[in-house]
Ligand binder design. Structure first.
Ligand code: UDP
Ligand code: MG
Length: 318
């Protein structure tokens, strides 16, 4: 039996060695299975690649899968899982925020039959208000859109069984969010609560705009509700304006304005027109978002490009 550890690395030169040598390695030495570590260099702009290449030169169990540019963490995880040969595959961040001490607990749950063991972020040791509120909002919206199975706070600190990985590797979509896809796939899930620690070094690279785009991507790839919402809103507005129109007609013209509202036709018309133009524009852009996703899928480009020259110890291409 073998366990693969998949770790995306993006600009982690400052903290990576500390993470690997003092946090992860001591734990790896304790596990009773064979293991391999797949470090996915996601187009780092600092010296991360050199750092991890050195590690892999010294230990053949460490593989380096280097991208030709930055493709994002979700894609890095996907590539790592595709490369993994283990019977169980554990994904975790390279910054030490997900405590490697817990891997034994993950492995135990997996041995007990959990096919997807998911780390759920309980408390943050130190985390900005925006991140907290943003994450709450994200899960609330996912639920509202009909994606019911997500447990709020689920993270990519996760162990999946070989059978899950084999199915996961068949998924081809581009705008992907691993968490959502894992939920969508089903299988037997087990959750482990943990405290999200602080970064060892460097800055988190997921800033507000990256997270916002990720949220939009996941809404679109996981749910078609946004399309339906605007049909309903459109319908509601139409009926509401019809009722208001009839009210104005009766109040103003049939009853001679008893309440004294003094509606002028122009006011009504202009308010409605502006309102409807806004609505049409919003619904257009929602549709456009879906179309752009179809566009990306239709292009059928590979999800990522591996820079073979800078990669180390990878399995041969089939
Ligand atoms: N990461 C990556 N590609 C990116 C951004 C981040 O591979 O474009 C990696 C990063 O090196 C880390 C993990 O993904 O191992 C989580 O990133 P980060 O700590 O920036 O995010 P957060 O802690 O806010 O989830
Ligand atoms: Mg982090």
């Amino acid at each position: 039996m073998k366990i693969s550890f998949v770790i995306p690395v993006y600009n982690e030169e400052k903290g990576f060695l500390k993470f690997y040598n003092s946090l992860l390695l001591p734990e790896l030495e304790k596990i009773k299975y064979d293991y391999e570590v797949i470090l996915v260099n996601d187009g780092s702009k600092d010296k991360s690649l050199e750092v991890i290449q050195k590690l892999s030169d010294a230990d053949k169990r460490i593989k380096v899968l280097s991208f030709s540019r930055n493709f994002g963490k979700e894609v890095a995880l996907t590539a790592g899982i595709r490369e993994a040969e283990g019977d169980g595959i554990l994904t975790m961040d390279a910054d030490g925020q997900q405590p490697p001490k817990l891997i034994h607990e993950f492995i135990k749950k997996w041995e007990e039959g959990g096919e997807i063991v998911i780390g759920v972020r309980g408390k943050y040791e130190k985390h900005g208000l925006i991140a907290k509120v943003g994450s709450k909002l994200f899960y609330a919206m996912l639920r509202a859109m009909g994606v019911k199975d997500t447990v709020p706070g689920s993270t990519d600190f996760r162990l999946i069984d070989r059978c899950v990985a084999d199915e996961y590797n068949k998924l081809t979509e581009h705008g992907r969010i691993t968490r959502g896809l894992m939920d969508w796939m089903g299988f037997k899930k087990v959750y482990i609560d943990y405290i999200y620690g602080n970064r060892l070094a460097g800055k988190p690279s997921y800033n507000f705009s990256k997270l916002f785009n990720l949220a939009i991507d996941s809404f679109i790839s996981l749910s078609t509700t946004p399309l339906v919402i605007f049909a309903w809103v459109g319908g509601f507005i139409t009926i509401a304006s019809l009722i208001l129109g009839i009210f104005v007609l009766i109040e103003e013209f049939a009853m001679g304005d008893p309440i004294g509202l003094k509606w002028t036709g122009t006011t009504c018309v202009s308010i409605f027109i502006t309102f409807l133009i806004g609505l049409v524009m919003i619904s257009q852009s929602v549709t456009a978002l879906y179309v752009s996703h179809i566009h990306a899928e239709a292009q059928g480009r590979p999800l990522y490009i591996i820079d073979r020259k800078n990669s180390r110890n990878l399995k041969k291409e089939k």
